[in-house]
Design a binder for this molecule. Structure first.
Ligand SMILES: Cc1cc2nc3c(=O)[nH]c(=O)nc-3n(C[C@H](O)[C@H](O)[C@H](O)COP(=O)(O)O)c2cc1C
Ligand SMILES: Nc1ncnc2c1ncn2[C@@H]1O[C@H](COP(=O)(O)OP(=O)(O)OP(=O)(O)O)[C@@H](O)[C@H]1O
Length: 302
């Protein structure tokens, strides 16, 4: 996949099938758009392109994660910073200069509510109006729904904010996850009987509500089950710092400085400030039992 972080550096003379939007989460609705682009590109010998607006704010996928998700799926991805130039560009100019002249779009796929251009004046009606002028086919897709509500990145954010990682996974079509390097902690967990892998989320990566989750963890390409805490560990922390801490079941190796991925599978309870470390330890023992039982129920290795 060719990858650009700016529309001006895009290079390509082939005609393209393009889908556009923020694509913050690559949820099931986004995946439908991307499949449609891929099918059109294959059928009409076009280059498949995902054009995403990089809003430079807290997000569900980091730019690296979004790129990794799409790398084997489309020919080209543009993560276009939502600069003043883009924000203030008239919608008609965007169609002419970006979609037609730059991208050579001959197949455009968007959701029914897609808006673009200065003041969000551009919409599917405007795109349809210019289809003949600029020689492209416009495909407008209905919004994928879940539980009588349209799937959106906003819906996923709300699910995560309430700790409902199971719902987030249903909306996304994949488990919500984070990746980071295992840091050296104070090794208190080890003395309490539950050594943990401590990982700081990437800057601006949205975390689920502070609490305890059954997790799957990928280390050196291998998947393990575990139980993890998202939060600031108020019982023991000297200064609050957001971390994901996972006790990985049946892992014997040394994971310090390794990059691991943590998938959030099920919420157990909110993070709590305990009166003593003994109370914390007793609760973590129950958390571990919850985690093991959860994965046993799913007949996954624990
Ligand atoms: C399953 C699990 C649940 C946890 N729950 C809490 C919690 O509710 N409150 C809290 O302050 N810390 C919680 N922690 C974090 C522990 O306080 C922390 O892992 C332990 O003190 C070790 O810290 P260290 O890695 O800095 O040595 C939890 C950790 C795990 C693995
Ligand atoms: N549920 C859906 N089904 C089909 N297409 C969708 C769905 N949600 C969004 N789209 C389309 O995907 C493209 C990218 O959407 P975008 O990421 O900008 O919005 P969103 O997912 O609704 O997120 P947010 O809640 O942040 O607005 C747009 O063309 C949009 O219309």
């Amino acid at each position: 996949m060719r990858y650009y972080t700016d529309i001006h550096s895009y290079q390509g003379n082939k005609r393209t099938a393009v889908t556009l939007g923020k694509f913050d989460s690559l949820h099931r609705g986004h995946q439908k758009l991307i499949s449609t682009v891929k099918e059109a590109a294959a059928a009409e010998h076009l280059e498949s392109v995902v054009f995403s607006f990089d809003m430079k704010r807290e997000s569900l996928l980091t730019n690296e994660e979004r790129r990794a998700h799409l790398t084997d799926q489309v020919d080209c991805m543009i993560q276009c910073p939502f600069t003043r130039e883009i924000r203030e560009m008239e919608a008609e100019t965007f169609i002419k200069e970006v979609l037609s002249e730059q991208l050579h779009a001959s197949y455009i796929v968007v959701g029914r509510d897609f808006h673009f251009g200065h003041g969000k004046r551009g919409d599917v009606h405007m795109l349809a109006e210019y289809a003949e002028v600029y020689h492209y086919h416009l495909e407008i897709l209905d919004k994928e729904q879940y539980a009588d509500r349209e799937i959106s990145s906003t819906y996923v954010r709300e699910a995560l904010a309430s700790g409902d990682v199971s719902l987030a996974g249903e909306l996304l079509g994949y488990p919500y996850h984070m990746t980071g390097i295992v840091e050296h902690g104070r090794r208190l967990g080890r003395t309490l009987g539950f050594p943990t892998m401590n990982v700081a989320p990437a800057e601006r990566k949205i975390m689920p509500k502070f609490g305890v989750y059954a997790c799957r963890v990928q280390i050196d390409g291998q998947w393990y089950c575990g139980i993890g805490n998202v939060g600031i560990k108020p019982t023991v922390a000297e200064e609050p710092r957001l971390l994901v801490e996972v006790f990985v079941f049946d892992y014997e190796g040394n994971a310090y400085d390794k990059e691991i991925t943590v998938e959030f599978c099920a919420f157990e309870r909110p993070e709590t400030r305990f009166k003593s470390v003994e109370e914390l330890k007793a609760q973590v023992d129950r958390d571990i039992a919850f985690g093991r039982q959860y994965f046993q129920m799913l007949k996954m290795d624990v």
